[in-house]
Every structure is written in structure tokens, then in C-alpha cells.
Design a protein around this ligand. Structure first.
Ligand code: FNR
Length: 377
């Protein structure tokens, strides 16, 4: 029975070849940061408050002038097409149905215009990796032209984290079949058949770029996740010129970085350690959240991701000052297990869990959680 995120994780691992399941579940080095994300969230308690009117519960919030049904959204993940053909559009559609935002990765397998068209009623944010400034600018222009609401610059991947599971599994792009990979594919015929029908996923946003030489070098950079490491604080001025809408930074954990972002005129922050996939020694995102919230003093919304698996985790992050949270792996588990319906079921499970937690905490609206800070310890 698929009731919660962990159920979907197990179902996903059965459906997926080992190398794909490990690519999703994998983390940097020894997986310490990944585990801290989960254990630090688990260690927080929420104290019930009683005899308050919770006959109606409203989980909606307003972000950048738009209403979200729930205080969570779908985090950007690359290679969604490896989980399911058309995975980007399936996740975007699931998010739109649930009334929550979807963030599309630069490393998506569908063109950003296609994904936007597939879920035009929904709110979509565009995530940006800068490997090459000309290409980044082109992506930003295209995202602006087709109605992405916000731009999310991911700042915690100047170099890719050390994902040893991928190395051990021989998972690298372009895909080179080894005997071990061939066995993996043979023993997961449904996944293999789907991929055989749809063709191997490519980095569709980047193949659309005009200059062929640039395209090849940028594809190569994305394959090895080789970012432009000359991107620094002042670079934000350059981005600002091409993107007038809300600009967020994703992947910071230090309060001084938060202050600097604020001074630079950024519109929102996503406190994140990339789901434990980058610096293994990094603190959990939930433990870094309070200092960032204190530094920003409510001037811009602070989001958080990394480790959210239950509705009560959403409530904990909000109680500690987050406006909303994002979900990475949980969405991929749903997508792998049951396609768009699975992704939607994961969102619904989190929503149901959140509502139940709110009722038990005597909270009938999200701002009640925000003021329940004293009851998290
Ligand atoms: C990611 N993440 C990510 N982030 C980003 O900004 N651009 C990207 O392309 C990707 N790609 C990606 C692939 C996969 C398979 C995973 C699991 C994650 C990080 C993601 O946005 C988010 O920060 C974490 O997934 C949050 O942690 P949880 O929810 O997975 O614990």
C-alpha cells in the first residue's frame, strides 16, 4: 500500500534500474549530510495546542503575488526524463493540479517552452546553472518570453559533489553500457521498454541554443557539471539586467551569505544543501534555517529544501520561519512509481499530513504555524 513518501521510495526502487534509483537516492561522500537532513528534522518536536477552532483549515499562502494551495513546491531536478519519459511535463502537470509551483531544472530533458505549455495553468519557476554566460542569458530570455514566474540561480554547485554510487554503478553520460548496466536494464524490462520507445533523454534546453560549437561545449560542461566558477556576487547585476522578475538564490546556508544576498537585491532565498548531494560536511538545511531567517528579518521570503518527507516536516520548517518548502526526491519517487498520478499522490499525501498536523497543533491557517515557534522544542 502506498501511503507515504517512504512507501513511494520503495516502490520507485523496484521499478527503476539500480543505477537510476541510486542516482536519485545518492548523496555526496558518506551520505552524512543526507542523513543529517532527515535526523535533524526528526529531532524537532511540535507541541500540540488544544481546544482551538480548526473546523476549517486553510493551507494556502501568497508568494510573489500568486496563491499556492499548499506551502510547498516541486524542487528542480535534472534528468527527470530518466525517471519517466516526459518526466518534466508530468511533474509540472501534477504540481499545477495541486495548485503548487514547479521548478524546472536547466538540466531538464524537455525544452522549457514545452514544459510551460504542458501545464500553462500552473506556476513555474526556472532554475539556472551558469556554465556559459551566453547560454545562460539565452535560457533566461526564453523563460521570460514564455511566462516563468521566477528565476532560481543555484549557487551550491561550483563543482559537482562526489557521488560515489554513480561512479560505482558506471553511470555517466553519454550513457555507455557495461555488462553490469546491461543486466540492470534487462532486469527492469518495463523501464527499459519505455526508454527504448522514447529514446535516451538529452539536455533539451541546451540543444536549442543557436551556436553549434557553444552547444557542444555547454553540453559537455553539463555532463560533467562543470560550472562557470567566475560567477560571484557581482555577477547578479548581470543577471538582473536580463531578468526583471523575482530572482532567488538556491543553496545557501550561511547567515552572512543571506545578508549579502539581501544587499544585492535578491527577492528570495532557498536554504538548501542540495539534498546532501554537495558538501557532505554541510549542516542540515533545517538547522541552518533559523539563523538565515533572523538575518533576513522578514524582508524577503525564505524557502527551505532538503529532507522534507512528511507534512509535519513542512510544519516544522514553517514554524522555524520558512515561507514554504520544496520537495526533491519525494516527487521523483512518485513519478517513478506511478507517473504523473504518483507525483500527484505524493503531493496529496503531504497535504493530508500537513492538514492533520495543523489540526493537532490547533492551527487553522499557515500564519498560526509561523507563530508557533515556541512550540517546536
Ligand atoms: C537535484 N537537485 C537539483 N537542484 C538544482 O538546483 N538543479 C538540478 O538540476 C538538480 N538536480 C537534482 C537531481 C536529483 C536526482 C536530486 C535528488 C536533486 C537538488 C534539489 O533541487 C533539492 O535541492 C533537493 O533534492 C532537496 O532535497 P530532498 O527533498 O531530495 O531531500
Amino acid at each position: 500500500m502506498l501511503l507515504n513518501v517512504e512507501d513511494y521510495r520503495r516502490a520507485a526502487r523496484k521499478q527503476l534500474p539500480r543505477f537510476v534509483a541510486d542516482y536519485i537516492d545518492g548523496a555526496a561522500d558518506d551520505g552524512l549530510c543526507l542523513r543529517r537532513n532527515l535526523s535533524d528534522l526528526a529531532a524537532i518536536t511540535l507541541t500540540p495546542r488544544v481546544l482551538r477552532d480548526t473546523s476549517r483549515v486553510d493551507t494556502s499562502i501568497q508568494v510573489f503575488g500568486t496563491r499556492w494551495t499548499s506551502p510547498f513546491g516541486v524542487a528542480p531536478t535534472g534528468l527527470n526524463g530518466l525517471v519517466r519519459p516526459g518526466g518534466d511535463a508530468l511533474l509540472a502537470a501534477a504540481a499545477a493540479k495541486a495548485g503548487v509551483p514547479f521548478a524546472l531544472s536547466t538540466a531538464s530533458n524537455m525544452r522549457l517552452e514545452e514544459v510551460r505549455a504542458a501545464a500553462a495553468a500552473g506556476v513555474q519557476w526556472m532554475q539556472l546553472y551558469v556554465m556559459h554566460r551566453g547560454v545562460a542569458e539565452h535560457i533566461v530570455q526564453r523563460a521570460k518570453a514564455c511566462g516563468y514566474q521566477a528565476l532560481v540561480l543555484t549557487v551550491d554547485v561550483p563543482v559537482s559533489g562526489n557521488r560515489e554510487l554513480d561512479v560505482r554503478n558506471g553511470f555517466r553520460l553519454p550513457f555507455k553500457p557495461t555488462p553490469r548496466l546491461a543486466w540492470d536494464l534487462l532486469t527492469h524490462p518495463r523501464w527499459s521498454l519505455r526508454m527504448a520507445r522514447s529514446g535516451a533523454p538529452s539536455f533539451a534546453n541546451l540543444t536549442a541554443h543557436g551556436n553549434a560549437a557553444d552547444t557542444a561545449s555547454v553540453q559537455a560542461a553539463l555532463l560533467t557539471r562543470a560550472m562557470d566558477r567566475t560567477v560571484v556576487w557581482d555577477t547578479l547585476d548581470w543577471l538582473r539586467k536580463s531578468w526583471p522578475g523575482p530572482l532567488l538564490l538556491k543553496g545557501l546556508l550561511h547567515e552572512d551569505d543571506a545578508r549579502r544576498a539581501l544587499a544585492q537585491g535578491v527577492d528570495g532565498l532557498i536554504v538548501s544543501n542540495h539534498g546532501g548531494r554537495q558538501l557532505d560536511a554541510a549542516p542540515s538545511a533545517i538547522s541552518a534555517l533559523p539563523a538565515v531567517v533572523a538575518a533576513v528579518q522578514g524582508k524577503i521570503p525564505i524557502f527551505m529544501d532538503s529532507g522534507v518527507r512528511r507534512g509535519s516536516d513542512v510544519a516544522k520548517a514553517i514554524a522555524l520561519g520558512a515561507t514554504a518548502v520544496f520537495l526533491g526526491r519525494p516527487m521523483l519517487y512518485g513519478l517513478a512509481a506511478r507517473g504523473a498520478a504518483g507525483a500527484q499522490a505524493v503531493l496529496q499525501a503531504l497535504q493530508d499530513e500537513l492538514v492533520r498536523a495543523m489540526v493537532l497543533m490547533g492551527a487553522s491557517k499557515i500564519s498560526d504555524l509561523q507563530s508557533s515557534l515556541e512550540s517546536t522544542r
